[in-house]
Write a protein of this length. Structure first.
Length: 761
């Protein structure tokens, strides 16, 4: 804009100096020299009209106005009798922008960045902007560590006063971080401090994480992690004195040096409460996490203040404050705190608003809310509501805003701001498993049909062991109290040939209904009833037990009315990257009287997660199973328990453990125990990246029958240990297991390496 104004002023001055215009009354106006621009556009900028008097001042004003548009590089005004002639020379327009040699970025992304700099197709070409364009492209390359990028720009004239711009890009090699040095550390080793950083030198997985490429934003985050590390361990005077980032002349290696001053370690001398406590001092002191005699911790101080404000928020004090006031004794290297509490006024929630839900109906979100309009503000209920809305899975983001109501002192409006994401999926996939081989899958799913929160899905997957086809429907709020209802229709085929168990095949056709009842925020009871018909295919080499079962029930196409019931308690902090909490499930299944199959099964699953440190998590899990029959029936062999495999006792082949017949075929059992212990931590070399997890494990378990009075203590248990990697790769989830069975027997089927790749949809 400044260039345009300057050009207009210069043009006006030159025009004044170029000629003297005798005043006249304009009878007509003609525009010469235009090629792309319409004459009407020029007329719109002219300060003089037909019938008005033209003077030197008006001529200068005309030239100045047209120059200011930026559309012209030359403007002249002449008179032919009483006709005003405006002669212009247009600036060329950019007809196209092309890139050659550019592989790192999509062309459209770069064009968008150029448009923000006023450089784009259809806009006026200005040579002065070319350098800016080159700098913008280089800036984008620098964010990827490509410091050796070189750009040559070619401008080609086209017809109708247009130009084509080509940016020839030579990307060069990516600059990698050669070393990161920390200077001034005494209390902690450089290795321990560098483990806090996302940035690092090249490693096994940095080709994927890009953490070996310098980024100013990542370095700033790493420096803040370093600062927090020291401040949370008592170093109140810690400071980062300077940071130097240098690159070698060939622009391939980057060196980072961080100079720090640790200072002295401070101990907390006292913690007191002050101000208007509102609640009892004893109750609030329980929320204070930092204690006298401990090293100073900025995080514990902040968490203590937050815990107090959140507690007061549960009583309706939405704008409570708790500020920690320090008293520092540098000689004794101690620090005392007085947490000043100001509860403010108790407030009511006037309205609960929802914005951003263009597809999802308001009622789908509002039924998850635990805070009521007209009730006292309750921070715990609001946060619970936010978590419940987030768990719906319909939104990318869920944010909560609290605003005072204008003109009042005791009312607030609460707004839930959501950002919707696609909830319909049409997917085709493939996977690979060491137990099932190639798995092909596809699905059509909509988890939020017409914005109602109801789910509808059609799924199929097939492998050399299993083939499943099914349709399901779920209404999570069949009643206003959150009772869910749904149905399933399915066809399942199982081929035992591919596993080391007795040979048989089953094909099951079934349909069922189910319902779920929430009994708390983390607990749920589910009930189901399904009708199934199973076609059993046996072979000459099938185990006698399987043949006897078919003879006992009198048909190889038994029917069953199957009732299921389960109790689920999920208190994990995350279902994907779990670090703390528990997951429990009791599942009951039974074939009801009046049909061919009369049996029952019960299982209990428990997984307990404990955070050993910020990055390390310990998991202790297990599963118990019990099955049997009643009446004149026999437990169906295809309902028996099996053990072994990547999701059971690792190191042993899938479903290979348990009782065997005279032909050494595994036949399943009515009792099951599996125990797992895991120690999980981030993948070395990947820093804070959470796409991969490494772990060590110890498994134990077995399946058995109680016909001979065997108990768990009498079992010939199997044990294994080893390591595993879980990686959410760009191509799908990958699980790798290296296992070492500890007490194998001669008839055990061993798999020391097990894996699964891809996702079954």
């Amino acid at each position: 804009m400044k260039k345009r104004i300057l050009a207009a002023l210069v043009g006006a001055l030159l025009a004044r100096a170029a000629f003297a215009l005798e005043p006249f009354v304009v009878k007509d106006i003609r525009v010469d020299g235009i090629q792309r621009i319409e004459a009407g556009t020029v007329f719109g900028y002219l300060p003089v009209r037909v019938g008005e008097r033209m003077t030197e001042e008006k001529a200068a004003e005309t030239i100045r106005a047209l120059f200011a548009t930026g559309l012209f590089k030359d403007v002249r005004v002449e008179a032919e009798g009483n006709i005003l002639v405006v002669i212009v020379e247009e600036r060329p327009a950019i007809a196209q922008i092309e890139f050659s040699g550019m592989k790192e970025f999509p062309a459209e992304d770069v064009k968008k960045g150029l448009r923000d700099k006023d450089i784009g197709e259809g806009r006026i070409f200005d040579k002065a902007l070319i350098e800016q364009a080159e700098q913008e492209i280089k800036r984008q390359y620098l964010t990827r560590g490509l410091y050796g990028v070189d750009i040559e720009t070619t401008v080609t004239p086209l017809d109708r006063n247009r130009v084509a711009i080509n940016f020839a890009v030579s990307e060069g090699d990516t600059a990698k971080i050669k070393s990161i040095n920390i200077v001034g550390n005494r209390a902690y080793s450089e290795k321990d401090l560098l483990d806090l950083f996302a940035l690092r030198t090249p490693g096994v997985f940095t080709w994927y994480t890009k953490n070996d490429q310098y980024s100013r934003q990542k370095l700033s985050a790493d420096l803040e992690s370093l600062r927090s590390f020291y401040l949370n361990r008592g170093y109140l005077d810690f400071n980062i004195d300077s940071t130097q980032v240098s690159i070698t002349p060939d622009k391939r290696d980057i060196y980072i040096t961080i100079n720090i001053a640790e200072g002295e370690k401070y101990i907390v001398s006292s913690v007191k409460l002050g101000g208007d406590l509102l609640l009892s001092e004893a109750e609030l002191m329980k929320l204070v996490q930092i204690k006298p005699g401990e090293p100073f911790s900025r995080q514990k101080v902040a968490d203590s203040s937050k815990a107090i404000t959140d507690r007061l928020g549960n009583e309706g004090y939405a704008f409570a404050n708790a500020n920690a006031v320090p008293e520092i004794d540098k000689e004794k290297r101690t620090v005392g705190f007085t947490i000043m509490v100001d509860p403010g006024r108790r407030v009511y929630v006037r309205r609960l608003n929802v914005v951003g839900n263009n597809r999802t109906r308001d009622e789908v979100i509002r039924r998850e809310m635990r805070q009521l309009e007209g009730a006292y503000y309750d921070n715990e209920k609001l946060q619970t509501s936010k978590r419940r809305v987030d768990k719906l899975g319909y939104f990318e983001e869920v944010n909560l805003d609290t605003e005072p109501v204008t003109g009042t002192t005791d009312q607030v409006d609460v707004t839930y701001k959501v950002k919707e994401k696609p909830t319909g999926q049409l997917m085709f996939g493939a996977g690979l498993s060491s137990s099932e081989g190639l798995v092909l899958a596809g699905s059509v799913q909509q988890t939020n049909v017409f914005g109602t929160g109801k789910a509808l899905g059609i799924n199929t997957n097939t492998s050399k062991v299993n083939r499943n086809i099914g349709m399901s429907y779920t209404d999570p709020y069949f009643t206003i109290d959150g009772v869910s209802a749904g149905f399933d229709i399915y066809n399942r085929r199982f081929e035992a040939d591919e596993l080391d168990i007795g040979r048989y095949a089953t094909e099951t056709y079934g349909a069922g209904v189910r319902s779920g009842l929430p009994i708390s925020e983390t607990d749920r009871i589910n009930l189901g009833l399904a009708f199934e018909k199973t076609e059993i295919e046996l072979f000459d080499e099938s185990p006698d037990r399987f043949i006897d079962f078919v003879e006992d029930i009198g048909t190889d196409e038994p029917t069953a009315l199957i009732a299921t019931a389960s109790w689920l308690r999920d208190r994990r902090d995350s279902a994907i990257w779990t670090t703390a909490g528990t997951y429990q499930r009791i599942f009951l299944e039974g074939g009801l009287p009046g049909m061919d199959l009369k049996y029952y099964k019960a299982s209990y699953t428990l997984n307990w997660f404990y955070p050993v440190s910020r990055d390390v998590t310990f998991m202790l899990g297990g599963e118990l199973g019990y099955a049997g029959d009643y009446g004149d029936s026999t437990l169906p062999f295809f309902k028996s328990f099996y053990a072994g495999g990547a999701s059971s006792i690792r190191g042993y082949k899938q479903s290979s453990l348990g009782p065997r017949d005279d032909d050494d075929d595994v036949v399943g059992a009515s009792r099951k125990f599996v125990g797992n212990a895991e120690l999980m931590f981030p993948m070395p070399g990947m820093g804070l990246d959470r796409s991969a997890r490494l772990g060590l494990f110890f498994d134990a378990g077995q399946v058995w029958n109680d016909e001979d009075g065997e108990t768990l203590s009498d079992l010939d248990m199997r044990y294994s240990t080893g390591a595993f990697v879980h990686w959410n790769s760009p191509f799908g989830p990958l699980k790798l297991i290296i296992a070492m069975p500890l007490n194998t027997q001669s008839d055990d089927d061993i798999e020391r390496f097990q894996f699964q790749f891809g996702q079954s949809f």
